[in-house]
Design a protein around this ligand. Structure first.
Ligand code: PXP
Length: 395
């Protein structure tokens, strides 16, 4: 069976990740075990679906989903061709977005639910027939939603390890050991897919020498965290890391405390991104999971955002943690839908990482303190492998 996903929405703000939806449709068709048929899924805006609603159902205004079985639409087609057509499903992305907001789920999750609803109609289920039929259809929908969630064969996020704390121990003694350059190599050998370092203006841990050496030795990907400060920008342009992450920096803080306020620092950030773009260095911005900051990050030209997971990790009870998680989930989806690549990090440990790693829109996790702390007890190689297991288990 083939799914034809046709996007006829006219408004740019209805950001749709067609690839993601196509993948979910393919999984659904496998789950339903239907082969040899075609189905078309047409994404519309409210005005578009209202026209079909009026023409075919004589109802005014938009609705969320309409399905038209091929038996109605393809009466004139030759029998062999008609029998391979299951039908068309029409979905209003605008209505789906409103429903997603009400249900506190992501837009793509809601669209997937509507596709399931439409598909079941095409297969003969009809909740309008009787209460019994409605219950049968509802139960089938719930099973498919669950199976679809479980079957998401997403690629797991990459693990990027922040080795700042190795340098912190070295600086505490003012000697040459332990060396973050050695630590980075061990991390990579144990399976890290990236190395992160923060060159702070006060040089409290990572030193210029580390940055230049790591540029030469890191085999995976070097992500330089930094403030948008002239001196550090010049070093970044000279070193050319694989990417940079812009973070706020206060002298008094123990670690990066909150996300960067992109709205308030728009001019400075835009200027920095322009310089990096000219040098071919992609830029990520470390932000709180907040739609305003996501929109601003897109507008200043960021390639990535890194969503701050600190409040989720520091939550004092399950309810608070759940609330913070939902915020990250929705922000990740919003950023992804807008065309940004999404990383996440800060405060993640062996207990909190899996849930974030399971989010299908996250590209990379940046983790430092928990791994370096555990390495003191079990060794760096094992600490990295255990964190990789946390990520892999999430799949
Ligand atoms: N991401 C950013 C932007 C950070 O500043 C830090 C801390 O250096 C991290 C991730 C990693 O946080 P943690 O050390 O708590 O894992």
């Amino acid at each position: 069976m083939t799914v034809h996903l046709i996007n006829q929405t006219t408004q740019e703000r209805l950001h749709i990740q067609q690839k993601l939806l196509q993948e979910r449709c393919d999984s659904l068709l496998n789950l339903l075990d239907i082969s040899g048929h075609d189905v078309s899924i047409v994404l519309l805006d409210d005005a578009g679906i209202a026209r079909y609603n009026s023409k075919f159902r004589h109802k005014k205004g938009p609705t969320n989903v309409l399905s038209f079985p091929a038996t109605d639409l393809y009466e004139e087609l030759p029998k062999e061709l008609a029998s391979s057509q299951l039908g068309d499903i029409l979905i209003s992305v605008e209505t789906a977005r409103r429903e997603a907001e009400k249900k506190s789920c992501s837009l793509h999750q809601r669209i997937s639910e509507l596709i399931i609803h439409g598909l079941l109609h095409l297969l003969g289920y009809d909740h309008e027939q009787s209460t019994r039929e409605a219950l049968i259809m509802w139960e089938k929908e719930q099973v498919l939603i669950k199976q679809l969630t479980n079957s998401r064969s997403k690629t797991m996020p990459h693990l990027a390890i922040n080795v700042d704390h190795v340098a912190t121990v070295r600086q505490a003694r003012g000697t040459t050991e332990p060396d973050p350059v050695h630590a980075a190599a061990i991390c990579e050998l144990a399976g890290a897919e990236g190395i992160v370092i923060h060159l702070r203006e006060d040089r409290r841990h990572i030193q210029d020498r580390d940055v230049y050496l790591l540029r030469k030795t890191v085999k995976t990907k070097l992500n330089l965290e930094m403030a948008a400060a002239k001196e550090i920008i010049d070093i970044a342009l000279d070193v050319k890391p694989d990417m940079i992450t812009l973070v706020p920096e206060k002298r008094q803080e123990l670690t990066t405390e909150g996300g960067l306020d992109v709205v308030a620092n728009e001019k400075k950030i835009k200027k920095t991104i322009n310089k990096m773009s000219k040098a071919g260095i992609p830029v990520s911005i470390f932000i709180d999971p907040d739609p305003t900051q996501i929109k601003a990050s897109l507008e200043v030209g960021a390639t990535f955002v890194e969503l701050h997971t600190g409040r989720y990790c520091d939550a004092r009870n399950g309810e608070e943690q759940n609330k913070e998680f939902r915020l990250i989930e929705r922000s990740a989806e919003l950023a992804f839908e807008s065309g940004l690549l999404v990383n996440a990090g800060h405060g993640l440990d062996y207990r909190t990482t899996s849930q974030i790693a399971a989010l299908p829109t996250i590209d990379e996790l940046s983790i430092g303190h928990a791994i370096i702390t555990r390495a003191v007890y079990v060794g760096l190689d094992q600490a990295v492998r255990e964190m990789r297991d946390c990520i892999l288990m999430a799949g």
